[in-house]
Design a protein around this ligand. Structure first.
Ligand code: FES
Length: 150
């Protein structure tokens, strides 16, 4: 005996399930797309190179004669490795705040904006910079460079 109501076929049910799943996936994706940046903003990423406020680098990252800019306590810090030793200083020029560079040839720290020059201890050698750069503690232990360590 057949009723007047049409029977749902297996194909119809499968199509509905597929469509609902697809729509759910799209809506979930859009919601995730909106919420992901908010979560990223609220939950700061873990930096495996930082333990408390000490920055750790592999010594191979800064060969002798070279430098690298790192963030130490949220401040750009220039780490310079020379034959005289390891030096770390705030990399923000005391004139107008440009980020300084290491001039390997002349063995001095130079500001690219108005040519202030500093020595490895941060003292002003020339230019408009009114104050020295601040020294940051740094040392090499085994194959690690520690910035911010006593
Ligand atoms: S900002 Fe560095 S010398 Fe002016």
């Amino acid at each position: 005996m057949e009723s007047g109501k049409p029977k749902k076929s297996y194909l119809t049910t499968t199509r509905r399930v597929f469509t609902n799943s697809l729509m759910g996936g799209i809506i979930g994706g859009v919601i995730g797309w909106f919420l992901y940046p908010i979560f990223r903003f609220l939950i700061p990423p873990k930096n495996i190179n930082q333990d408390s406020n000490i920055v750790k680098l592999n010594a191979t990252e800064i060969p002798v004669g070279k430098s690298k800019i790192v963030n130490y306590n949220e401040i750009p810090t220039i780490v310079i490795r020379t034959n005289q030793g390891l030096f770390a200083l705030t990399a923000v020029c005391t004139h107008l705040g440009c980020i300084v560079n290491w001039d390997e040839v002349n063995q001095e720290i130079v500001c690219p904006c108005h040519a202030a020059k500093y020595d490895l201890n941060g003292n002003v050698l020339s230019g408009p910079a009114p104050k020295p750069l601040t020294l940051v503690k740094a040392k090499i232990i085994d194959d690690k460079i520690l910035i911010g360590e006593a």
